[in-house]
Design a protein around this ligand. Sequence first.
Ligand code: GCW
Length: 693
Amino acid sequence: MPRTFRCLAVRLTLTVAALAAGAAVSAETGHDLWLRYAPLADGAARAAYRQSASAIVVPLATPTGEIVASELKRGLTGLLGAEIPRADRPSSAGAIVAGTPASPLIAALGWTETLARLGDEGYVIRAATVGGVPATVIASKGEAGVLYGAFHLLRLIQTGEPLLRVDIAERPRIARRLLNHWDNLDGSIERGYAGRSFWWPDRVDARVVDYARANASIGINGTVINSVNANPQSLTAPLLEKAAAIAAMLRPYRIRVYLAANFSAPRTIGGLATNDPLDPGVARWWRAKADEIYRLIPDFGGFVVKANSEGQPGPQDYGRTHADGANVLADALAPHGGVVMWRAFVYNADVDPDRVKRAYAEFVPLDGKFRANVFAQVKNGPLDFQPREPFHPMFGAMPKTPLMAELQITQEYLGQSNHLVYLAPMWKEFLDADTFAKGPGSPVARVVDGSLEGKSDTGIAGVANTGLDANWTGHDLAQANWYAFGRLAWDPGLGAGAIADEWIRMTWGDAPDVVATIRSILLDSREAYVHYTMPLGLHHLIGGDHYAPMPENTDSRRADWSATFYHRADASGIGYDRTRAGSGGVEQYQAPLREWWSHPASTPDDLLLWFHHLPWDYRMKSGRTLWDELVLSYGRGVDEAKGLELRWATLRGRIDEARYQAVLAKLRRQSDDAKAWRDKCVAYFEAARTRRP
Ligand code: GCW
């Protein structure tokens, strides 16, 4: 066939394929996230589900019950392409019944014991006979569980799971599943790459409702609505009233509001002469402030505090400890049931020459000194949200203190909203990492969920990647990270691939080839990013924007904001020596990790230069020299980034054109940026390697 005809034929085939895909190719903005409820493509499946969805019965006359009913209606109507009516009781086969044992319909099922075991947020979804007719029941002891169960049921349909003989029992493994918004009161967002804030300075109501729905659908039950670099004004009466109005909107979705508090509030907004946590007047001030907050927000969650970190005020300004500081706030909140999440993101230079050792050095000696309602909030790694870090050694080292894990959904150091990096594999690496705190089989996930050390209050926080951009997250594929965070917070045992599958089916469609292609793109993206930015355990090769490669960065303000401080590349070699001969960072890990990571041969390649400074001709496990391996990795990353783009290009006509093009443009940029990373880093290290000492 002559070339022009061949092109025409290909184009025609594509058009026909696009038409066949029908609704799937209509323009989409991404606003609907994974709650698009697009009609199921498979007519037989639609018909089968309609048999199981003849009516919606929600005997729960509360705001949450109303949300459950309207979400089921919206979801089922969209997915099944027919109006599903609401009813007071099931009258024909196939009703969907959702409620708590407060309703006689649910109480009559005799499930009380099971529901008690699953708690207020847990639920069952089961086929049962209700009022004499076969039904699918969503039941929970609490309203939150009914809400979560309703979203789960919709997810079953969205992902093509059969409802016949359904028998599901779920409960969250972690109690507090929070988003942290680094939103400033002027509407800007620190490290936000998807537009301005929807809380400040003025609440954007339509956004807030959809935000609440999205979070409820993945089990998020709390949100910190202002930045940890907290403006003390956040705790003044007018802003507390704004917070209360937000809390009122989120409450029926079972999301509690928390606030970031500035430790200097007693002085700056209270007019006191000091913030000294041991001063009785300061303690009184915090108690009165807590009382005021709870009058406005009866279910207020508590405070997150960044103290004595990056210039923020804190108890050390008065010669007091982090425990003294946390406890004064904790005592004020305790009568109301609130908690303090005291951040362990501290790295004061006088504590230790190695930045990654400082938080452990300051906090671990305080284990047992915090009030029961204090969490230490600890980032996944000891540096700062790098593309790859070993887990933070505080996990497993503070058996008496609840530790709230802090993950970053916004991709500050991971390409921001330009690069696709699906974060679930990275978070799984963290959650599955064995701390050896109680011998082998002591993963971080079991520290965080409390089971390893018998902790009752548990939590995990994700720094949000949302903003006012039409698609919420800037990059359409970054929505997957918000989704994955919620799913892992609910159950850290879920797999990154399984979560990706769910998200893709709900967000893009369920044609097997589409799912497989997007899945492979997502799952390969994190390792690709590591390869072309910071391979072999290198870290912090950036400047102040935390985006572009800047291995030459030597920051005059602080050595530990530099790149050279970490890679230490010169003619003798490259990497940060954290063995006993170096900074001794390995000592903060339990045996046998500290032994393994003391020797290059027993350190995994992908953390090699995190723990070791090695000569360029060091022989890697592959047989190659370190230098060759490094260059290879940069090149591989570039190829992999290109591969993401090429695989995406095969989706043309298989998904809606608007999002197809938007993502393609981002992946092209990513592919170009990957080359820039490779070229800059390889040239820089080559020069360092060959420079005469
Ligand atoms: O990652 C760093 C960021 C800061 C941030 C800080 C923190 C909110 O560069 O922007 O401040 O961490 O976590 O406190």
